[in-house]
Design a protein around this ligand. Structure first.
Ligand SMILES: O=P(O)(O)OC[C@H]1O[C@H](OP(=O)(O)OP(=O)(O)O)[C@H](O)[C@@H]1O
Ligand SMILES: Nc1ncnc2[nH]cnc12
Length: 175
């Protein structure tokens, strides 16, 4: 099986989680399969290879992917976290997602100005999380080299919202 077949084969679909009406796509079984996880990391890293100086992972599921890509490509890893988790000076962006609203934060000054940053997350739905992460990257003085995702849910406006960026997902499916 190729990497997109592995993602489709192993991922789960849970109706009415975390709220009634949401069809939740769970990628943890993909991460729990060593061959599939390795294939996912290799695919995302290869797609953007040579075009990024650092990786940003979006809490929480994006951390799992971003850490592995940073290790594989030997580049710095920066965490974009939910509000109140990072100490010291932070930049913050409010956003909406499929099942609520939240705030993401970054500690600026961790990378050289002008660094090309790859933003990584597991799922693209409305694009609220990724666009908030992109705004934090840009407000920190870096550029967004691309946004890498495992699964894109079509029909929720995410790709349209991220139109300014190079967005790649391993699998796209109708939400
Ligand atoms: O495109 P969007 O509409 O923003 O949705 C996608 C985001 O939603 C999920 O995270 P969630 O906020 O549920 O947090 P978690 O990773 O901590 O579970 C997912 O991991 C993405 O970060
Ligand atoms: N339907 C969904 N499944 C998994 N993660 C999500 N993040 C936002 N919407 C989601």
């Amino acid at each position: 099986m190729n990497v997109s077949e592995l993602v489709l084969e192993l991922s789960d679909t849970i109706p009415d989680f975390p709220k009634s009406g949401i069809v939740f796509r769970d990628l943890t079984p993909v991460f729990a399969d060593a061959d599939a996880f390795t294939a996912v990391i290799d695919d995302l890293a290869a797609r953007f290879h040579g075009r990024f100086d650092a990786v940003v992972g979006v809490e929480a599921r994006g951390f799992l992917l971003a850490a592995a890509i940073a290790y594989a490509e030997h580049v710095p890893l920066v965490a974009v976290r939910k509000a109140g988790k990072l100490p010291g000076e932070v930049l913050a962006e409010d956003y909406a997602l499929e099942y609520g609203t939240a705030t993401l934060e970054i500690r600026p000054g961790q990378l050289a100005q002008g660094s090309r940053v790859l933003i990584v997350d597991d799922v693209l739905a409305t694009g609220g999380s990724s666009s908030a992460a992109a705004r934090l990257v840009e407000r920190s003085g870096y550029s967004v080299a691309g946004i890498g995702l495992v699964l894109e849910l079509d029909g929720l406006g995410g790709r349209e919202r991220l139109g300014a960026y190079d967005v790649y997902s391993i699998v796209a499916e109708r939400a």
